[in-house]
Design a binder for this molecule. Structure first.
Ligand SMILES: N[C@@H](CCC(=O)N[C@@H](CS)C(=O)NCC(=O)O)C(=O)O
Length: 234
């Protein structure tokens, strides 16, 4: 059994996408990041960066003590290796998937996260910041569109690279993007959206929170008021 410390955000959805596809049993432990639950001593002992998702695998392949993993890319890799699914075993296939997984982790996720911040959450609308991140989002969509031209999925068969990227494309309208401008992304997006495991993953998320009333003043302070003094308490 896997314990999944989770809140239904793009990074959280990556892991439910995997677990639903793989049919691995899991138990969701909600971490309400708008209420500061990412700062409990127990959660920080698993995820010292005070970010969800994190997992605890109580039955690791080697047996022995439970293994905890934080960072969604590391979790996807851990689960893919454990289940021997969604990551090719051969060197070339594996490299293809890993480079796109890291592209998502280092580029698509962080840049689109800044887009969300400046377009939705920043208390003042800063045109330079909005323009910078909406344009960078468009550039990254363009990279993904080029990659998907003539390919069903990002790297061979449906893989952890697709699972990492998909949840970040879900809010494309709020990110200032029109999928009609990216026809290969649009086709890929529709195909993943209609997978039974994707539907189940998003249903699990909706049962945890419907997302309404999340961004209260208190939540803003918790999420956007973090400093060196609030970090490193694990
Ligand atoms: N690189 C991390 C990012 C995780 C992340 O940013 N999680 C956000 C929600 S999407 C979070 O837990 N935020 C809590 C906070 O900012 O304190 C990953 O991919 O796991």
């Amino acid at each position: 059994m896997i314990d999944l410390y989770y809140w239904p955000t793009p990074n959280g959805h990556k892991i439910t996408l995997f677990l639903e596809e793989a049919g691995m049993p899991y138990n969701i432990i909600p971490v309400n990041i708008a209420k500061g639950e990412q700062f409990t001593p127990h959660f920080l002992s698993l995820s010292p960066n005070n970010r969800m998702p994190a997992i605890v695998d109580h039955t690791p392949i080697e047996r022995g003590a439970p293994i905890s993993v934080f960072e969604s890319g590391a979790i996807l890799l851990y689960l893919a290796e454990k289940s021997e699914q969604f990551l090719p075993a051969d060197l070339r296939g594996r490299v293809e998937v890993l480079q796109w997984l890291f592209w998502q982790m280092a580029g698509l996720g962080p840049m689109l996260g800044q887009n969300h911040h400046f377009t939705r959450y920043a208390p003042e609308k800063i045109p330079y910041a909005i323009d910078r991140y909406v344009r960078e989002t468009g550039r990254l969509y363009g990279v993904l569109n080029g990659r998907l031209a003539g390919r069903e999925f990002i790297a061979g068969a449906y893989s952890i690279a697709d699972m990492a990227a998909y949840p970040w494309i879900v809010p494309h309208e709020a990110q200032g993007q029109n999928l009609d401008d990216f026809p290969h992304v649009k086709r890929w997006f529709e195909a993943i959206r209609s997978r039974p495991a994707t539907i189940r993953a998003y249903e699990r998320g909706a049962a945890v929170s419907d997302g309404t009333a999340t961004m209260t003043e208190e939540a803003r302070k918790i999420l956007f008021g973090q400093t060196a003094q609030t970090a490193g308490k694990s």
